[in-house]
Design a protein. Structure first.
Lengths: 139, 139, 139, 139
């Protein structure tokens, strides 16, 4: 990844107010893979006191979207066409980590996956898997 | 729906801090259908200035989950096993409205759908459809 | 629908050997909606003696795909980008009927849904719902 | 895997007439992973002469289902609750190979994935990915 490419992705991420609301940050960017981390804020909980599915979805979807963006031409932004999430375990721990990956790049459609882990100390529990389709749109 | 049933769902919803963060409220509850509305808050935007997919997902998922809960025995809470979202149009307008419905009730699995509209004045644009599976869990 | 449009869809369907293998036929075509019916052949069963998920999927997917094709420019064929199926009840009865519908037409992506019913006499039981994305490709 | 466990899975597979229709066979069984292979028969084609999505789905779904069954108690059969497929490339080549894996075992729900490759000589092209939920049912 060039400095320009990294700057483009970081700028797009920083413009997502929702990520700020959730306290999410980009932890790693490489070609075809992006890692996003987020705390489980008091304002991100569901009714049982765990992280809300909307939190898990938001960072899983964003990690997958930015992974797709790393494979797109620089004049593009990325939007989610569709994505499916299977929730495997409650979102509890020190923080959440979403790892988005490109399964199949393409000019019109980019197929992606994402894994979300709940991290407690040195322990990582897989709490969700996502599979979806990202599409390029003009910036 | 009895007063008790309505109170149970409202109490569960009120305990979801994420819904408060997003400004979401329950607009209607009937057997097998729940409507949730949310503004497009400055803190809920994506990088192009529209509502984030995470906002649309969160209210669509919650509406579907509470629709499922209206069909479950009173000792249960509900969690999402899996759900898929197809995003159809940008989330822009006065506010968003998610209508969750039960397609197939069941003791172990409740299959649900949800439609999310963006409302501008008297105009409602369908911006997302969701299809998923809810499961009962002990309260 | 013009005669030309109907002929184009019927010709495409007739070229699908898989539909012949499954005994499937087109029962109805209108703009944005296509109905496909299929018997539950001895060669289409799963291990418990009901119709195989692959049968239900195949006709549900094809009905949705041809519904999408009715909204595409005539120089196009259609392929499935992605589709999700929730199976609700066993595939048993006289025959299956899949009704595919366009939720959102588009130049690059067409979002579709499909319902599959098992028909026994005058009784129709909803056995599966599908939600997916079709894309136009050159013929 | 014990002989009994292998026999149980092979017997269930052999009872699936749909697998016979498609020419599919089990190529490998281990705890949490099952591989199914199928030729692209003349009767399994779509309108452009490639393997039908229904073929790819059927073996991908079955491989994931039997992978789930390897983790279930012996008195159970398995059915698909829901599964989503993203199609990545045309189904063409010498034959197809579906590898189903268990992502998360469970008493009530087993979350699974499946990859389908088209094999041509020593070349394997990923043509589809599936993500779904299997549930145990009494035999």
């Amino acid at each position: 990844m060039t400095e320009d490419e990294l700057a483009r992705i970081n700028a797009s991420f920083d413009a997502q107010a929702m990520m700020t609301t959730l306290g999410a940050t980009i932890a790693d960017i490489s070609r075809g893979q992006v890692v996003i981390e987020a705390p489980i804020l008091p304002g991100s909980l569901q009714q049982q006191g765990f992280g809300h599915a909307g939190l898990t979805f938001s960072i899983g979807d964003s990690a997958a979207g930015y992974a797709a963006l790393t494979t797109m031409a620089p004049e593009n932004e990325v939007v989610t066409a569709e994505i499916k999430i299977n929730l495997l375990a409650p979102a509890r721990g020190d923080y959440l980590r979403a790892t988005g990956r490109v399964i199949k790049p393409g000019k019109r459609l980019v197929v992606v996956s994402s894994e979300v882990h709940a991290i407690t100390g040195s322990d990582a529990v897989l709490i969700a898997v996502l599979q979806g389709t990202m599409v390029p749109v003009p910036r």
